[in-house]
Ligand binder design. Structure first.
Ligand code: CUA
Length: 283
């Protein structure tokens, strides 16, 4: 800033001086001068030296900020239009919620499953692109307990606006407890409607896209539902995760999120109730 401020002052003063000193006083043209080797060398060499210095300082800073890589703590995968969030060490998988321990250096690997997305939580630092076929990495050290809104910051299709998520920063103890709970297989409710819902979940095509760990294994085409009831929001932050909203979402996904890849299965009232009860049992 001081270097640039100095240059600004010199240029402004020189300009003011020249405008006044060489202003037109009569009809005659002022004396013309061209070519000054010394001046030209100076105003070529000085900027090159300055830009080189700033470049070296930037590289040093970038290297200090981006510490060396190791195995990532969290793998975030951008999908049209939701975020898959995996914790490889524990096996926990969730969606549209990134939980982070306050004060711990956390390395995130950012991937994309289909098109370019961009992971961004403004309060936690810069944006980082999610690019198909390559891994990007970002270190995040979250300062204090808080919940921040995050968004996809690269246009990625019609539902780009509803590719939101949240970053939940907890104390390390609360985070560890959350992670252990998320890593556990799905709870098995004995309630009659939840049991019926579990059967329908497999019979209908839900299980072809959504994994429920302990029940079915599935490539992550759609959000992992093992502990879906523990999440605050549904459908990329489009809806609060309430019983009524969940039912509405299952009933007509495209009304809530037009163009989303969740199909309308034309579920009967009975199926809607059973599936809602089952998904709500997945705490
Ligand atoms: Cu993903 Cu925009």
């Amino acid at each position: 800033m001081w270097i640039c401020g100095f240059i600004l002052a010199v240029v402004t003063l020189a300009l003011a001086y020249i405008l006044i000193r060489f202003r037109r006083r009569d009809d005659g043209e002022p004396a013309q001068g061209t070519g000054n080797k010394t001046l030209e060398v100076v105003w070529t060499a000085v900027p090159i030296a300055l830009v080189t210095t700033l470049f070296v300082l930037s590289v040093i800073t970038a290297r200090a900020v981006d510490r060396p890589l190791r195995a990532p703590d969290i793998v975030v995968v951008g999908h049209q239009w939701w975020w898959e969030v995996r914790y490889p060490a524990s096996g926990a998988v969730t969606a549209n919620e990134v939980h982070l321990p306050a004060g711990r250096d956390t390395l995130l690997q950012i991937d994309a499953a289909d098109v370019v997305h961009d992971f961004w939580v403004p309060e936690l630092g810069r944006k980082i692109d999610a690019v198909p076929g390559r891994h990007n990495y970002i270190w995040i050290t979250a300062g204090r307990q808080a919940t921040y809104r995050g968004a996809c910051a690269e246009f990625c299709g019609p539902e780009h606006a509803w590719m939101r998520f949240r970053a939940v920063i907890d104390s390390p103890e609360v985070f560890d407890a959350w992670l252990a709970a998320e890593a556990a297989p799905a709870p098995q409710s004995a309630a009659a409607d939840a049991v019926a819902g579990r059967t329908r979940f497999s019979q209908l095509t839900c299980a072809n896209c959504h994994a429920v760990r302990g029940v079915n294994q599935q490539e992550p085409y759609a959000p992992d539902l093992t502990h879906v009831a523990s999440r605050r929001m549904l459908a990329g932050e489009r809806l609060e995760n309430t019983s009524a909203n969940l039912r509405e979402w299952l009933h007509e996904p495209n009304l809530i999120k037009p163009n989303c890849l969740m199909p309308n299965l034309n579920l009967s009232d009975q199926d809607l109730s059973a599936l809602t009860a089952y998904l709500e049992s997945l705490r």
